[in-house]
Design a protein around this ligand. Structure first.
Ligand code: GDP
Ligand code: MG
Length: 522
């Protein structure tokens, strides 16, 4: 009965209380046994708990009896807030009809509040603004409501005012979800059409796909077809996350759950693909996700060269669970065979490398992160260079370009001076600035991506006492003067240590590098 189903995600800027709110909702609906409860329950990865951030979007099914006595099935997806994990949010949104937009009343609307709200609006989700942290003395409820209305343009007059920490007014949200978010569309009688919004590799069971059923039904024993890869399999199990994998008889239109079909090769069940029934197929696949555009690249090499095939296998498995990660083979004179890997940002890079080390027990060497430069050589060729290994000889270079990002900074007015200074240091170009709320300014600028990815975010935070936030998107390429810096060890250049940077930064970066190396090489 899809009239009794609601699919929603929780979106917000980082630290505004998404995962804490998810905890309270799980408690109220008794979805997690008391002995298993812990703070930020859905942040199940060790790394998420250590860092106190959500990395993966995670789905869970809750059963809730409404005040008027109806039994609802609520599928909730908690999402990450940091820009680097934007792709996780976009995929979660595509599996839902509604979103709780959590806004911290001590902070107001921030960069990712806005970015995520727009994403939800673009997908026609019903948005319920939720004002959080009202237990704190510094909470300014009226101002936060005003922010939401003026900046995002949605009505906040009836927004639930809650404390996710104490649980105050949280129960009210469940009633609002039922009242405001529509039941999923879709027809259980039609041919099966299921969107894969996430996946995971299990050593025993193979690929586990996380699906949102748009039309039709699927159960164990059905022959299914993955439309993109054109491969068919027999379903061995379907189920819901309640929490963990809980088998059910069937999934039907509107449901969110998982599906196993003994798929052993990861390439056969990609995130974004549509699943249908082999003998009763749908005419058209669901439009998949838009291609992701990696911003940062680095080389990943196995510590022991014989581990190269193992590394490849594990990167494929990892990629299944992180659709925003890409890789291709690369060779370095110093490090041997490895992979050139693409990421959405530096935090994404750092987290990925750490997950590979922990989840797959890999011993890895990483090279210096780089963006993609455009270089035209005297033979008329245009090269995209994402590694110093491929940098042409300078005598053949006609001109060079580097990627530039459109950057938006939200900051309380008193930090505007600091932000301008930071922009200047990082070769940024100021464009415009205006008030978005009574005391918050929006600064628009352009900045080379290579400056943005290094430590811009940390500097922005430290120079605004944590109050500024930022968002960016790729704008294009601008002319640049670039050099390849080589580091010599005992007089010989080591290719794995070389990097490309703006001529003006070469000396400083090189010195920094040598200093870091002194710690490693005596
Ligand atoms: P997320 O990044 O949006 O998932 O945020 P978390 O749920 O991880 O919360 C970030 C921090 O804010 C944690 O330290 C929470 O304990 C705290 N927090 C969340 N909600 C509240 C609240 O209503 N009141 C107070 N005082 N703290 C809260
Ligand atoms: Mg979280």
């Amino acid at each position: 009965m899809k009239e009794l189903v609601r699919n929603f995600c929780i979106v917000a800027h980082i630290d505004h209380g998404k995962s804490t709110l998810a905890d309270r909702l799980l408690e109220i609906t008794n979805s997690v046994p008391a002995r298993e409860r812990r703070e930020q329950y859905l942040d199940s990865m060790d790394l998420e708990r250590e860092k106190g951030i959500t990395i993966k979007a995670s789905a869970i099914t809750m059963f809730y009896k409404s005040v008027d006595g109806r039994e609802f099935k609520l599928n909730m997806i908690d999402t990450p807030g940091h820009v680097d994990f934007y792709y996780e949010v976009s995929r979660a949104i595509a599996a839902c009809e509604g979103a709780l937009l959590v806004v911290d009343a001590t902070q107001g609307v921030e960069a990712q509040t806005l970015a995520n709200a727009y994403l939800a609006i673009e997908h026609s989700l019903e948005i319920i603004p939720v004002i959080n942290k009202i237990d704190l003395a510094s909470a300014d409820i009226e101002r936060t409501k005003e922010d939401v209305e003026n900046v995002i343009g949605i009505d906040a007059s009836e927004a639930p005012l809650i404390s996710a920490k104490t649980g105050q007014n949280v129960a009210q949200i469940l009633e609002e979800i039922i009242r405001l978010i529509p039941p999923p569309p879709g027809d259980p009688q039609k041919p099966l059409k299921a969107l894969i919004f996430d996946a995971q590799y299990d050593n025993y069971r193979g690929v586990i796909t996380y699906v949102k059923i748009q039309d039709g039904c699927v159960k164990s024993g059905d022959r299914i077809l993955f439309m993109q890869s054109d491969k068919s399999f027999e379903v061995t199990e379907v189920g819901i996350f309640n929490p963990g994998f809980k088998p059910v008889d069937q999934l039907s239109a509107g449901d969110v759950g998982y599906l196993m079909a003994g798929v052993k090769t990861v390439a056969e069940a990609r995130v974004g693909d549509t699943i249908t029934l082999e003998h009763f197929p749908t005419g058209e696949a669901i439009p998949g996700y838009r291609d992701i555009l990696p911003m940062v690249f680095c080389g990943l090499y196995p510590l022991a060269s014989e581990d190269y095939p193992l590394l490849r296998e594990n990167l494929e498995k990892y990629q299944l669970n992180d659709a925003s990660f890409i890789f291709e083979p690369e060779t370095s004179a110093a490090l041997g065979s490895g992979f050139r890997c693409g990421f959405l940002g530096l935090l994404h890079l750092e987290i990925t490398v750490e997950r590979l080390r922990r989840e797959y027990n890999l011993e890895l060497i990483t090279t210096i992160p780089s963006v993609v430069y455009h270089i035209r050589t005297s033979d008329g060729m245009q090269h995209s260079i994402d590694t110093p290994l491929k940098m042409p000889d300078p005598s053949y270079i006609l001109d060079m370009e580097e990627p530039v990002a459109r950057l938006t900074i939200y900051t309380p007015e008193r930090f505007v001076g600091n932000m301008m200074e930071l922009l200047k240091q990082k070769r940024g170009t100021f464009k415009t600035m205006h008030f978005i709320t009574r005391e918050r300014m929006e600064i628009e600028a352009e900045i080379p991506l290579s400056e943005l990815i290094i430590d811009f975010y940390d500097k922005l935070k430290s120079r605004s006492s944590g109050y500024a936030s930022m968002d960016y998107e790729m704008k294009g390429y601008i002319p640049a003067e670039l050099v390849k810096v080589e580091i010599l060890v005992n007089g010989d250049p080591v290719d794995a240590l070389s990097f490309i940077c703006a001529r003006d930064n070469a000396y400083e970066r090189g010195r920094l590098m040598v200093e870091q190396l002194k710690d490693i090489i005596p």
